[in-house]
Design a protein. Structure first.
Length: 62
């Protein structure tokens, strides 16, 4: 396990690499902000735990 992981990969490569998905689907409320002046839009974040083969996971620099 890696605390505060990040990956550098394009969307197609990531989702093409998924080879297992857990049944622990969870969502959390969030806000997406854009514009000038800034405007917040309610969104949901989250999803299930998944495993992706052949994707390099790195620890975020501090």
């Amino acid at each position: 396990m890696v605390r505060e992981p990040f990956i550098e990969v394009d969307t197609k490569t990531l989702w093409s690499s998924v080879d297992a998905v857990a049944n622990d689907l969870r969502f959390y409320p969030g806000t997406c902000g854009k514009g000038n002046p800034e405007q917040g839009v309610p969104v949901y974040l989250g999803g299930p735990t998944f495993r992706a083969a052949n994707v390099r996971v790195l620890k975020a620099p501090r």
